[in-house]
Design a protein around this ligand. Structure first.
Ligand code: IMP
Ligand code: MG
Length: 336
């Protein structure tokens, strides 16, 4: 287990931030590298009574031993990056790849006013789509062009590959999720880039032969923000009744919701080549395991639900989320 890739299995907001922050504490990686699209992601991390909603800094920041990197494939908004550096106090251990793309004010303006993007697709308005458009046009500024980012610049691919050669543990932090993939998702209601485990590797400059584990994060129910089909979508009243109400970490929009979907779970495992499943928010469906770390509580309906997912996907569920904090996890990895 030297390189693990952590990716989203549905439409984002599965709880990647929580799983990543747990793994950062538990597995003590040398590096956590942020991959994915950019500031359209909001990873929520609760730790020691504090809540962080991070859009740039890797979720592993809660472990002070870890080097934090942002890959060349990721779009950096310097304002948000520098604000989060202050908030997390990680100035001396954070690196941005020379070739990360830069989101400028003009990208945010287009993304939050354009009728197609804001209206039809329902984007987060963070500027990522228009910035990726400029990147494809090869007119986008890169991190190396920005004076404020000079202290952070590094070659992320070199750092990661050297760490792996030394047998160190590295975690690759995906953002968004597979059903938002520009290639494999519910086009056109998707984000502006591929979001698969393979894309995550590409974002941070590691080849596919280096990957040991791909952990796909699935939530115990399915949510979606923005437009596009959501199979089995529940009414707002029903979402409230079930206690599944959530709001987008970036936009504050209420999330649409549907029950767990086995076909989508199979698709997520296939497209990411997942070797493990992290199942989050199990406590929302089964309050009896709220905040538990106890393997013995996996019985009855909880056990049946997990078994049904493993059977459908032919993949082991190894990590269970039982509450919002990084410590609210049942870790089954040693029992496999
Ligand atoms: P964009 O990525 O901001 O261009 O938005 C395109 C679609 O992806 C919209 O439906 C967004 O709501 C969705 N999206 C993008 N990033 C995230 C995320 O991190 N979580 C959930 N949905 C996202
Ligand atoms: Mg999110």
């Amino acid at each position: 287990m030297t390189l693990s890739v952590i990716c989203g299995g549905f439409w984002g907001d599965e709880g990647k931030g929580k799983v990543l922050s747990y793994l950062a504490l538990k597995d003590n990686p040398s590096i956590v590298a942020r991959a994915g699209v950019g500031t359209n992601a909001g990873h929520t991390i609760q730790f020691e009574g504090k809540e962080y909603k991070l859009r740039m800094i890797p979720s592993g920041f809660i472990n002070p031993e870890i080097r934090l990197l942002i890959g060349a494939g990721v779009l950096v908004d310097p304002n948000i990056f520098l604000k989060e550096i202050e908030e997390t106090k990680c100035k001396n251990r954070t690196g941005v790849d020379f070739q990360s793309g830069i989101i400028e004010e003009k990208h945010i303006e287009i993304d939050s006013s354009n009728a197609h993007l804001k209206g039809k697709i329902g984007t987060t308005g963070s500027g990522t789509g228009p910035a990726n458009q400029d990147r494809a046009m090869r007119t986008l500024k890169l991190a190396r062009d920005i004076p404020d980012l000079q202290p952070y610049l590094t070659d992320v691919s070199v750092e990661i590959n050297e760490a792996l050669d030394e047998g160190k543990i590295v975690q690759a932090e995906g953002s968004q999720a597979i059903l938002l993939s520009l290639f494999h998702g519910s086009y056109p209601y998707v984000t502006s880039k591929d979001t698969s485990a393979a894309a995550i590797c590409s974002d941070i400059g590691v080849g596919p032969t280096k990957v040991d584990e791909v952990i796909v994060v699935l939530k115990s129910f399915v949510t979606r923000v923005g437009t596009g089909d959501l199979p089995g979508e529940l009414s707002i009243e029903e979402i409230k009744k079930r206690g599944w109400v959530e709001f987008g970490a970036v936009t504050g929009r209420p999330r649409r919701a549907a029950p767990f979907n086995y076909d989508l779970a199979k698709k997520a495992v296939r497209l990411n080549g997942a070797t493990q499943i992290a199942l989050t928010k199990l406590d929302i469906i089964y309050p009896e395991i709220s905040k538990s770390n106890n393997i013995n509580q996996i019985k009855g309906d909880v056990e049946e639900f997990i078994d049904s997912i493993e059977e459908a996907t032919n993949t082991k569920v190894t990590i269970l989320g039982t509450g919002p904090s990084a410590e609210d996890i049942i870790d089954l990895r040693e029992n496999i």
